[in-house]
Design a protein around this ligand. Sequence first.
Ligand SMILES: NC(=O)C1=CN([C@@H]2O[C@H](COP(=O)(O)OP(=O)(O)OC[C@H]3O[C@@H](n4cnc5c(N)ncnc54)[C@H](OP(=O)(O)O)[C@@H]3O)[C@@H](O)[C@H]2O)C=CC1
Ligand SMILES: O=C(O)C(=O)[C@@H](O)[C@H](O)[C@H](O)CO
Length: 365
Amino acid sequence: MTLKQQVLFVGKPNTNTEAYKKFSANFEVINYKITSKSQLIEDFEGRLRYIEAIYAGWGGFDGVGGFQGEVLRHCPPNVKVVAICSIGHDGYDTEGMSKRGITLTNVPSVIASEAVADLVLYNTLSSFRNFKMFEKNLGGKLTNTGALRTALVRGEFDQFNGVPVIKPTVGGAFASSCCGRDILSPRGHNVVIVGFGSIGKLIGERLACIGMNIHYVKRSKLSEQEEASLGYKVTYHATLKDTKNIADLVVIACPGTAHTRHMVNEEMINDFAKPFRLINIGRGYVVDEKALVNGLQSGKILFAGLDVFENEPSINPDLLNRQDVVLTPHIGSSTTENFNYTAAAAMFNIETVLYDREDTITRVN
Ligand SMILES: NC(=O)C1=CN([C@@H]2O[C@H](COP(=O)(O)OP(=O)(O)OC[C@H]3O[C@@H](n4cnc5c(N)ncnc54)[C@H](OP(=O)(O)O)[C@@H]3O)[C@@H](O)[C@H]2O)C=CC1
Ligand SMILES: O=C(O)C(=O)[C@@H](O)[C@H](O)[C@H](O)CO
């Protein structure tokens, strides 16, 4: 009897899928829950020492600070591939892995990018129309929608169901009476998308559909042909700073790197000409969260829609319970379709490396 090659699974895929059934028939799958770095290292040197590949589901090594430093140093000697289900690979020491002969693969996909872009559309609408503010100010009394509508029309909002809420006056004054904030249509406003790759372009597509002017920031400009093929009009800026006089909304859609860390900081926030809205789906530490909180408190930032956090999974308590902040727990790409797709792709990547096949896979290093 030949022994099957051992593959460590950190984060389980959907075991009902054909991809998983096939994979687990060919390999010995070891499901593993990371509890601490020291335990992981002990197990790497003990019961996991013969593994040949690692499948890292979403958030795989986040709890132990990524796959670098001590974790990489103690990685069992036969590991040839680490297959992650994510697009972003910050926290994985790609150079160090190459030196050890370990291939790192990720799963960029339109399925994930579409899902993330949808979340940005949701937050963009929330940011201009202040939906969260309305929800908060209703004091939970949404039971009688007929009465609510009548109250709104009559401007009796402040007495609705006996709950003390903001009184709207009819017409334009209604907007400014709502916590001093305008309630605007996104149409005609400028969005600056920082990072204009797979996700950024789909964000642009969605926001162009609701009438926004699309500006993008990346280090290298797209060619005229590439810009034309987008199907919507764009304006390029080399740096975020270059957009300081125009930005109504800034969307962070770039990777987390040493260069992008704290790109949104106190100086940048204060330097921007108009108060603006901020959405971050890239990586949390692209935004200095302390500066963000100050910006929200001073009114320089009108809204924050955050899917990623500086000290993930911890959340700065100052961001909680604010009516100008919408928080989601890193679920931008979390659809069942994407969960199953990325799992199958990661397993395919492992097979390709372990079987030494010629297939094209998404290698990071
Ligand atoms: N919230 C979520 O659930 C998810 C978040 N993500 C995050 O989104 C990121 C982007 O994904 P994706 O669009 O697929 O990646 P791509 O590689 O397709 O695009 C990345 C873009 O960022 C730009 N970029 C890189 N560095 C900088 C910089 N210093 N300043 C400005 N722009 C920069 C790149 O252009 P150039 O090189 O020319 O600068 C490129 O346009 C991922 O790395 C990940 O961190 C991804 C999936 C899900
Ligand atoms: O692909 C990425 O880069 C992501 O950020 C997301 O798809 C995952 O949800 C994330 O990896 C969860 O930790």
